[in-house]
Design a protein around this ligand. Sequence first.
Ligand SMILES: NC(=O)c1ccc[n+]([C@@H]2O[C@H](COP(=O)([O-])OP(=O)(O)OC[C@H]3O[C@@H](n4cnc5c(N)ncnc54)[C@H](OP(=O)(O)O)[C@@H]3O)[C@@H](O)[C@H]2O)c1
Length: 286
Amino acid sequence: MKTLFSKPIIEKEKSRIREEVLALKNNHGITPGLSVILIGNDPASQIYTSSKGRAAEELGMKHETLTFDKSVSVEEVHQTVKKLNEDPSVHGILIQRPVPPQFKESDLIEWITPEKDVDGFHPMNIGKLHLGLPCLQPCTPTGIIRLVKHYGFPLSGKHVVIIGRSSIVGKPASALFLRENSTVTTVHSKSQRIKEICKSADILVVAAGKPHLVNSEWIKPGAIVIDVGIHRQNNKVIGDVDFEDIKEKASAITPVPKGIGPMTIMELLNNTLISAKLSQKVLEEK
Ligand SMILES: NC(=O)c1ccc[n+]([C@@H]2O[C@H](COP(=O)([O-])OP(=O)(O)OC[C@H]3O[C@@H](n4cnc5c(N)ncnc54)[C@H](OP(=O)(O)O)[C@@H]3O)[C@@H](O)[C@H]2O)c1
């Protein structure tokens, strides 16, 4: 069984991004800038936003985190996003989830202009993703595809089963695997015969948000298993897959931690770079 660590990919991609950031600065005077909006004091969100900021600065990008009290008005945050949308020194904007209950997800996804939507959540980007057009793609599923390709696993014609249909992982992952000519099945909490379907997967992507949901009874011998879940339990970080139980049966598994999680942050920075490069094209065309 091979453990699919993300470190080699992260190192390779980070050095590429760092070089491209430097070239943008030297040749065009543009420093990619990422603005993160953090509302409230959820400890996990604070950790996530500070790691995003550190990673951006490490690659030579500009970064700011704008923090708001959890009681902030919807209008105040919306006005802030509008200003960031207009600010040419900002190339990527994201609103850290979860947000307090006064905010509606259906509104939030339309606030950030599609060109700066580095999370890839805007309906315009999601629509383009499903049409197979270039766009800012959601980070986690893009990281999954990059990792699987890095390790040289063929995708064309393979049966990929995805557990989960969220807008940030399951649904876009399904579109991206389809683009790779995989045969894709998505299962969710209302699906029947889930274990049986999962057992037919060449590649099983687990994004259910349920600690250790998947064990050796869910996979066929030799399957490749991608564990997207992240859970903190008794000071340990674990995934949706029981790694120890499946390690004799699967041919390859992403570990938790050190698997898909770091890929997500790296793809966010890659999206910020793409967005900065596109802004340069726009400037040149004017
Ligand atoms: N590694 C990363 O960077 C990263 C990024 C994002 C998320 N995550 C982690 O990935 C996990 C999933 O995140 P998410 O945002 O996609 O979660 P989510 O929005 O809660 O969606 C979970 C999905 O799994 C389905 N599901 C739940 N229990 C199930 C079960 N027993 N059998 C089959 N399907 C089941 C749900 O079905 P219904 O639609 O029917 O409810 C839903 O579609 C979480 O642990 C999250 O922390 C990690």
